[in-house]
Structures are given as C-alpha cells and as structure tokens.
Design a protein around this ligand. Structure first.
Ligand code: CA
Length: 224
C-alpha cells in the first residue's frame, strides 16, 4: 500500500485517485499522528511525504522512519514546494529516495514511484498476481491461463510479472529492459518486442491483455 501523507485535502485526494486508477492500493493521511498510528497495522510499501504538516513536519517523519529497523527500508518520496525549502531539504540528505517539487503533475508522481520501487526492490511480490484469466503464483513461479499452467522462459515471466504488478501502467521498452535485463545489458529495445511477441503467443486467448501503446511501450489491461 502507498501512503500519501498530505494535509491539503485536494492534493491528497487527487494523489489517491491517481494511484488507485493506476492499480495501486493507496491511503491518505492528513497528519503525522494518523500515519504513525496506521504504520504498524498496514503494509506500507512506499510513502509520498509532504513537508509542511500541522503536527510534526515531514522531515521529522522521515527521520523517525529511517531510524527504526522495521521501517528503514520503506521508500520515501518527499513532496515539497519549489524554492529554498526544497533545495535545503534535498541538500540535507536525510535518506529520502526521491523528491517531487510542488506543484507536480500526477504523471510525474507515478513515474517517480515506478523508478523508486524498481530501485528499492522492497515492493514485495504478492503471492498471487492477477485475477481470473491470467494468474501468477509468484512463490512457485507458475503462470496459469484460465487455470491451465503455461511454461514461460525466465525473461518472459519477469516481463509479465512486471506488467501485471501494475495494471494500467505503461512501461517503455527502456524501462522493461532496465528492470528485467538490468542496466548492464547492452541490447536493443527490440529484444523487448521479441519477448512480448512470444509471451503473447504463449498466453494464447489471454494474449490481448498485453496491450501495445503505440510509440510508448506496453501495459497490462485488467478486466478486459
Ligand atoms: Ca502541507
């Protein structure tokens, strides 16, 4: 679950709305107190953290998170107004994973989240990804299409898992290359297309769920 700690209701609501539309589980908190109350109960995987809050400020919250071994690895994206405050916070190097300068666009927020979760690798896989038609059992590395198991290569599996973990989110070929093949891989983006093609063929009647977004990349369409 992604936590949005933001006291301004209109911003909080658009953040939550955007995240939910993109397939993430998200919840908003108007202050530090309510966030820390929820923290032990919820599985918080990433925090979008406002700096100016009514009770404790975002910097204090960040310090607290980074001090505790149980919460140290939760990625934090600091959201702060452009200008001197923003530069000061960035300069402090308090262990935030990324920064968003307010006002920021929702697409920018989503791309930062994607980048941070790729880097941190702490977004643990769900044991089951997908609903009826395509299902991945991540612990067993098994993929089922309409309850029948199919065999995928390692890379095909990783591409499918990446797309299905964030339904609706478009991944560019470069992003998929980085995430699945790794930075060191010096191949062409065409490699991704080749794997998508074989993946679709193996998914058979469910292959259309892997959607080509012309000029951009690929996404997984849920509930189609
Ligand atoms: Ca604020």
């Amino acid at each position: 679950m992604i936590a949005c700690v933001e006291d301004e209701e209109s911003i909080r609501e658009i953040e939550i709305y955007t995240l939910k539309s993109a397939g993430y589980d998200a919840e908003g908190f108007a202050d530090g107190k309510s966030f820390f109350e929820a923290l032990p109960k919820e599985k918080i995987e990433l925090v979008i953290l406002d700096v100016m809050l009514p009770d404790m400020d975002g910097i204090e919250i960040l310090k607290k998170l980074k001090k505790e071994p149980s919460t140290r690895n939760i990625p934090v994206i600091i959201a702060s107004a452009k200008g001197t405050e923003f530069d000061k916070i960035k300069g402090l190097d308090l262990g935030a994973d990324d920064y968003l300068a307010k006002p920021f666009g929702m697409m920018e927020m989503l791309s930062r989240i994607k980048a941070v979760s790729r880097r941190s690798n702490v977004m643990e896989d769900d044991p089951v990804i997908g609903k009826e038609q395509i299902q991945i059992l991540t612990r067993q590395h098994q993929v089922f299409v309409n309850h029948k198991e199919i065999a995928l290569t390692y890379k095909e599996y990783e591409v499918l898992k990446m797309l299905m973990s964030h339904p609706g989110i478009v991944y560019t070929r470069e992003e998929l290359l980085d995430a699945v093949w790794g930075m060191e891989y010096d191949g062409e983006t065409r490699t991704v297309d080749v794997h998508i093609r074989t993946l679709r063929a193996k998914l058979k009647e469910a292959g259309y769920a892997i959607d080509t977004v012309r000029g951009v990349g690929y996404r997984y369409k849920e509930n189609v």
